[in-house]
Write a protein of this length. Structure first.
Length: 107
């Protein structure tokens, strides 16, 4: 593929040619929480705060959405990060004997 340079930009005195990246952005994956009838709401809020860096308000909104609609997106990440989040949630849920399920889906 032909190299393409972007418009010249002025950095103080120096004029530099920024080169357009020839790397494709990585495939991204939605991490999705699934509803069930048994996992306590407070546990789901704790999961969203702990593993998805949400504040209590946002975590509560997402938990309610999952409770009402059956599923909800917790975040969108590259493959390795998404896989790690799914594993962390599964491990944490198992430790507490809750049936909470978390899956990933290519965007
Ligand atoms: N439905 C659960 C309850 O009523 C709460 C819940 C919300 C469970 C979200 C899982 O991903 C979930 N206790």
């Amino acid at each position: 593929m032909k190299r393409v340079t972007m418009a010249a930009r002025n950095h103080g005195d120096a004029v530099v040619e920024a080169e357009k990246s020839r790397l494709k952005p990585p495939p991204m994956f939605k991490v999705i929480l699934l509803n069930d009838d048994f996992t306590p709401m407070e546990f789901v809020i704790a999961v969203l705060q702990t593993f998805f860096s949400m504040g209590r308000e946002r975590a509560t909104q997402i938990m309610i959405q999952v409770h009402n609609e059956g599923r909800g997106v917790c975040g969108i990440y590259p493959n390795d990060i998404a896989t790690s989040k799914v594993d962390q949630v599964a491990t944490f849920a198992r430790q507490h004997q809750h049936p909470l399920q978390c899956v990933m889906e290519k965007t």
